[in-house]
Design a protein around this ligand. Sequence first.
Ligand SMILES: Cc1cc2nc3c(=O)[nH]c(=O)nc-3n(C[C@H](O)[C@H](O)[C@H](O)COP(=O)(O)OP(=O)(O)OC[C@H]3O[C@@H](n4cnc5c(N)ncnc54)[C@H](O)[C@@H]3O)c2cc1C
Length: 469
Amino acid sequence: MEYNGNLSDTYDVIIVGAGPGGIYSAYELKKIRPELKVGVFEAGKELKERHCPIDGIKVKSCINCKSCSIMSGFGGAGAFSDGKYNITNDFGGTLYEHIGKSEATELMKYVDQINVENGGANTKLYSTAGTQLKKVCMQNKLKLLDASVRHLGTDINYIVLEKLYTYLTDSAGVDFHFLTTITDIEVTEGGYRVFYEGGSATCSQCIVSVGRSGSKWMEKLCERLKLPAKSNRVDIGVRVELPAVIFSHLTDELYESKIVYRTEKFEDNVRTFCMNPHGIVVNENTNGIITVNGHSYESKEKQTENTNFALLVAKHFSEPFKDSNGYGESIARLSNMLGGGVIVQRFGDLVRGRRSNEKRIAEGMVTPTLNATPGDLSLVLPKRILDGIMEMIYALDKIAPGTANDDTLLYGVEVKFYNMEVVVDEHLETSYPGLYIIGDGSGVTHSLSHASASGVYVARRIAGGCYTG
Ligand SMILES: Cc1cc2nc3c(=O)[nH]c(=O)nc-3n(C[C@H](O)[C@H](O)[C@H](O)COP(=O)(O)OP(=O)(O)OC[C@H]3O[C@@H](n4cnc5c(N)ncnc54)[C@H](O)[C@@H]3O)c2cc1C
């Protein structure tokens, strides 16, 4: 449904973006103050209209749709994600720096409770508390980070979103305007006016939650409204795919383990990220650049015999270089140039300094779950990053023997882009009263649970600031 509004649309609160940040803002606002008129403007489609055309048969790789159904639409970048809601302050964002650790944890638990009530009741909450694996990691120079994780899985995550959408539209009366990209926000006397192609709408308070896909627009908005922001980090690496049995002792107990290794050569931190037991490796399109990601399903029929996870090295840049995302994009473009998309290489081929080819991959023990181009990642990744990844694979081999097998597959590149961090106060409010920037678009969060928690937090503030739950 395309939006054909007019200049008279007036809301108490406008939310830009219907990802987890926007959805939980709307949910909490209407829960506390049902009388508020809330409008959500979303560049992508409504949930049931979101379909990625890649079917592996007719369409094998990304065709750069006008609105990417993977990244945009109701549910945001999280809609087809693995739905891992990590309840932790150790990773996933720095929300706690603004609102304090205990409040951040409470909000993440609250979001978990809503997910459970809306379809996630039979899913499992894993935890690192009391695990022996922590000691085993430490004995092998690896650090296991503390977290509880609710794994909804791609299928249940979708059901939760469906239920939330029905509740927000049918019961709570939130106005959703899909395929309506906000092009600008103007400060007015009583609040804000948001512009879209062919019209505009006004509100007294505005929550901007545009996520990763809105990062370029966010940069322009900050420039225009003179909102200070900084960008100095990008994470670069590969996605590892191996037989699920190799990691089963970790994934059965913890589901997702966030493990950090400090390399001997450069003293860089390499970490595991987004672990998908019995999952699949997928393409991701960010602003036309194809990178790799992964997810897994809760239902057994859709599971594979492989587990995948990313190994990432964080690159922090100092002055005068400012374009950390541009650096990551250039590396991803290089892999797209050589492989026409994502490149896949056997670990054994990488160690021997030769490219992988179709034949060697087909003869290997790991059947790839993504149709990627066999190639040579050493022609793409900077030496320092590649050396760090190889060191970590050998370190992981000590706690999960078989990780460093020749047939282990490495897909490249995986890039974790970070939005510029916009300067917001302890209420996630900008220097403009009533203009809030939340979720991944703020640079403060980089995960489902932190983005959702930031939405609840700001909603409570707007709804009166005295709500105690
Ligand atoms: C494949 C994949 C798997 C993932 N798996 C996990 C996981 O298991 N666990 C986890 O914690 N995180 C995961 N993530 C990350 C997670 O999805 C994000 O951290 C989270 O969605 C951020 O929420 P958000 O609301 O801040 O932004 P988003 O989810 O990105 O939503 C922002 C929304 O704003 C819209 N928008 C952008 N610009 C505009 C504009 N100008 N006007 C109107 N609308 C606009 C976009 O279309 C989008 O729908 C995954 C991401 C991907 C891509």
